[in-house]
Each structure stands twice: as structure tokens, then as C-alpha cells.
Design a protein around this ligand. Structure first.
Ligand code: DUC
Ligand code: ZN
Ligand code: ZN
Length: 482
């Protein structure tokens, strides 16, 4: 007799801590059993395949509203399609604030737009203007609506916060039990070098990397950590590009601070040289922080092995190469300063990282699952519902063929963006089926999911982001509404 709606039979189940031959029984959209000889009304043959938790991409920009109107090209439908095609079943994306405005209206608009998603989704709330109204009145309301992370930019016009504003965001997060994620680069240093580069006629995309060398990322990371320590507020440093930046996080961890570090596929397989392609082509690889060099990429693996960096997200950012609203929005002769930053990676994240991590023998599949699914789920309050395979968890599962070799091209990509920075890269290891809450939503590259079938993941307070209780002089300044 069949005990389950569906059984994935004969594969190798990969959890964050283990790998073993077993069947997975699914009932009511959840994992009901992991065991041997399970019988389901439907059977999926997973012989020769890895059965892994669906990816959790905790940093991706989807349908992000732009100052002055419009939104990113990547919609919640196209972004979901790309994610599911690549084996990712949950995302944490952004609700953004525009200076001079509050956060409640855009948050409602993001909730409205995201209702079309097919992946499950949560939000980080970007704060660009830490007014009294936002900090004391509105942040508590988005927290109550299930947003447990804020994002602060220490650079970028018009997003960046000065130190005073950043401290106010840290304090608001502490009062409301939220994590703060931080884009760490020094605003004034970038502007200073950019002005000099442009004055010298150095406008090509490759000078993007020259404008923001690694020490300005290191400085901002150091500062963010010091200020977070003063407030006693846990933070995650986004998109760490190189080991010298990760060293700041390692020092903080060694002192017992709640500081985590994320990196992205682009920092393993791209370098500043990619931005030196002829003409405007280098724009395809422009993101911030800028990719560094091969030694930096290799050095990131030691940071991962040592547990300093524990999450790989995509930082997917939707700018096409050839459309008027994308990288060319200011023309093909635009100086690097005026070219939108960001690379797409929602779909490519898992294949690129599996190839670099597992196929190349740097770690086993459990390590890969930790980096790309379970650690992001833990840090953002979604675990164990997301990020592992065990009785009671959502049946978000990717069946992965570790022997399948594929050449990445934009023709294979299902995002709306018209290029991939990984064009021509050969990877071994490929998602062949994705299940989201027990439903087969991708088979052999074909995504079949109803728009609107994704669920909003409201997050409740969780232990990992509780403050430590250590404040300078035992005086908790964050308790004061200042
Ligand atoms: N950097 C970011 O911080 N966000 C999106 C794109 C990028 O390159
Ligand atoms: Zn960023
Ligand atoms: Zn980003």
C-alpha cells in the first residue's frame, strides 16, 4: 500500500551533516519520512542522483523598484523561473526605501508584486534614510510583518548611510530583534578615486575595479564590525570579495562577536580582467565589490574551510547588456561610474558552485548544501523548514546529476537578462528536477509552476540573532530613542 503522495527512490540523500542512500517520502508538501523501501502513489527514480535540499538564495535583487519609477527587468515570475531551473526554491530578496520616503508603502508594493512568485520568498528591508519615523515607528511594523533583516549600504548614491545613520539602523535592529546585512565599501574613498580616474580620462569599465580597491572594502568592513560591536547588534557582511576582507570577520568571530560573512560565485570565477574586455563588453562583469584576481578567489576557499565565510548567495542583479534600460542606460560611452552594477546569477549559482566546490574536490556535497541552503536558512530564520531534508520540513528538493556536464550559455538561462557572465563555462553537476513543497516544478530544465504559487515566508524572532548582552560600560545606548 502507498503511504506517501510521492516517493523519491534510490538516490543519495544529502543533508548538511550527512550523505546516505535512502528514499524520501513526501505527504502534504512536507517530508514525511526518510528511509528504505518507501512506497508512494507516485514514484520518482533518483538512481545515480543526489537528493539535496532546494537552494536558499539569501541575497538576490528581484523586481527591485528604482528611484524615479520603474523596476528591475527581472520580475518575480522570471526570477522564480530562473531560480527553480537552477535548483533554488527559496529566496530572500529586498524591499527598498527611497530617501525622503518611508518604508511601509514600498513594502506593501513589494508584497503585491511578489504575490506572483513561484519560489518561496522573504524580504530584507533596505534602509537609506534613517529618519525618526522610519527608525522608531516603521521598522517595528515591518518586523511584525515578518521581516527580520535590514540592509545598510555604506556606499552608493543615493543609498548610502553615514556612520550616525548606520548606528541608528543597528540600534533599531537590536530593539526589534533583526539581523543587519551590510554592503561594506568606503563611500568617500570611492568617490575620490573615481574623480581622479575620470579626470585622467580613464572611463572604461575596467576602471570600475580601480575605483574600489580591496582596502576600501576592508576599511568599511572593519568599521561596520566595530560599530556593530559597540551597539551589540549581530551583522552579516554581504559579498566578501577577498581573504583580506574576510580576515576582519575572522578576527571578530575569534572575539566572540556575532558577525557572519557571505560571498558569491562571481568572486570565485570572475576577476578584474573580465572588465578589461574590448569596448563596452567589460560592463557585463561589473559588480560591487569588484571581482579581484585568481589568488583572491583561491584564498576564499580557505575562508570557507575555516568557517569564516559560510554562505554563498548570488547577489543576482538584473541589468541586461543590450537593452536601453540595462547596462547601456547611459549609453555605451558612459564612464564606468554611470554603468549599473550587478551580475545575474540566480540560476547559475548552484551549478557554478557545485562545479567549483564538489566536482573539483574542494568539499563534499554536504559542505555544498551547508553553503548554499542550510546556512542561509539558519542565518535568516528559515531553518529547519528550509535548508534540509528531514521529517516535517518543507519538501523543497533538488535532484542533482553529479556527472552531467553542461556548457553554460545564455540560451540555457531562464532569467530575463540577455546575457550571463558565465557564458562558455563548462560545469559538471546539474539540477534535473526541482520540487517545491512536494510539487515537481522543474523537470529537465522545463519549469512548470503556477505564477502566485510561491509563499511569503514571514519570519519570527530567532536565537541566532539575539544580541550577546555585552555593551561598552554595561550601558545599552540602543534602549534610548535617539
Ligand atoms: N552590488 C550590490 O551591492 N548590489 C547589486 C549589485 C552589485 O553589484
Ligand atoms: Zn551590496
Ligand atoms: Zn546586492
Amino acid at each position: 500500500m502507498a503511504d506517501y503522495d510521492l516517493v523519491i527512490a534510490g538516490g543519495t540523500v544529502v543533508t548538511p551533516s550527512d550523505m546516505f542512500a535512502a528514499d524520501v517520502g513526501i505527504a502534504g508538501g512536507r517530508v514525511a519520512a526518510v528511509g528504505l523501501d518507501l512506497r508512494g502513489r507516485r514514484m520518482v527514480d533518483a538512481k545515480g542522483l543526489l537528493v539535496m535540499p532546494g537552494g536558499v538564495d539569501s541575497h538576490c535583487h528581484i523586481e527591485q523598484l528604482q528611484d524615479g519609477g520603474g523596476a528591475d527587468e527581472e520580475t518575480f515570475v522570471t526570477g522564480s523561473t530562473a531560480a527553480l531551473a537552477g535548483g533554488t526554491t527559496s529566496v530572500v530578496t529586498f524591499s527598498t526605501q527611497f530617501k525622503g520616503h518611508g518604508i511601509l508603502e514600498p513594502f506593501a508594493e513589494y508584497r503585491r508584486r511578489a504575490a506572483a512568485a513561484m519560489v518561496d520568498y522573504a524580504f530584507h528591508q533596505i534602509i537609506t534614510d534613517a529618519t525618526d519615523e522610519v527608525v522608531f515607528n516603521e521598522i517595528p511594523q515591518v518586523a511584525a510583518a515578518g521581516v527580520r533583516s535590514l540592509k545598510a549600504f555604506l556606499t552608493y548614491d543615493p543609498l548610502h548611510l553615514d556612520d550616525r545613520q548606520f548606528i541608528r539602523v543597528l540600534a533599531a535592529a537590536r530593539r526589534n530583534r533583526m539581523l543587519v546585512t551590510v554592503h561594506c565599501e568606503n563611500y568617500e574613498a570611492i568617490n575620490w578615486r573615481t574623480a581622479a580616474l575620470l579626470a585622467d580620462g580613464r572611463t572604461a569599465p575596467k576602471y570600475h575595479a580601480w575605483s574600489r580597491p580591496s582596502m576600501i572594502e576592508r576599511e568599511a568592513t572593519h568599521r561596520a564590525i566595530a560599530l556593530a560591536e559597540m551597539v551589540d547588534q549581530p551583522i552579516q557582511v554581504f559579498h566578501v570579495s577577498c581573504p583580506e576582507v574576510a580576515a576582519e570577520i575572522a578576527r571578530a568571530k575569534a572575539r566572540g562577536l556575532k558577525v557572519w560573512g557571505e560571498t558569491c560565485p562571481q568572486y570565485f570565477v570572475l576577476s578584474a580582467d573580465h572588465m578589461d574586455r574590448p569596448g563596452f563588453e567589460g560592463a557585463k562583469f561589473m559588480c560591487s565589490p569588484a571581482p579581484r584576481d585568481a589568488a583572491a578567489s583561491e584564498g576564499l576557499w580557505a575562508c570557507i574551510r575555516d568557517g569564516v565565510l559560510d554562505i554563498v548567495s548570488s547577489d543576482h542583479s538584473g541589468w541586461s547588456y543590450d537593452t536601453p534600460v540595462g547596462k547601456r542606460v547611459n549609453g555605451v560611452d558612459a564612464p564606468f561610474r554611470d554603468i549599473p552594477n550587478g551580475v545575474p546569477g540566480l540560476q547559475a549559482r548552484l551549478p557554478v558552485m557545485f562545479h567549483e566546490a564538489v566536482t573539483k574536490g574542494r568539499m563534499d556535497a554536504s559542505g555544498f548544501v551547508r553553503l548554499t541552503a542550510s546556512n542561509p536558512a539558519r542565518l535568516f530564520g528559515l531553518y529547519p523548514r528550509k535548508g534540509t531534508i528531514a521529517p516535517g520540513t518543507d519538501a523543497d528538493i533538488v535532484l542533482w546529476d553529479p556527472t552531467k556536464t553542461v556548457t553554460l550559455t545564455n540560451a540555457l538561462a531562464q532569467h530575463v537578462i540577455d546575457y550571463t557572465p558565465y557564458e562558455g563555462m563548462q560545469v559538471t553537476g546539474w539540477p534535473v528536477m526541482t520540487l517545491r513543497r512536494g510539487e515537481v516544478v522543474m523537470r529537465d530544465g522545463k519549469v512548470q509552476a503556477e505564477p502566485g504559487s510561491g509563499q511569503y515566508l514571514a519570519r519570527a524572532p530567532y536565537d541566532m540573532i539575539e544580541p550577546t548582552g555585552n555593551v561598552p560600560n554595561g550601558f545599552d545606548a540602543s534602549a534610548f530613542l535617539i
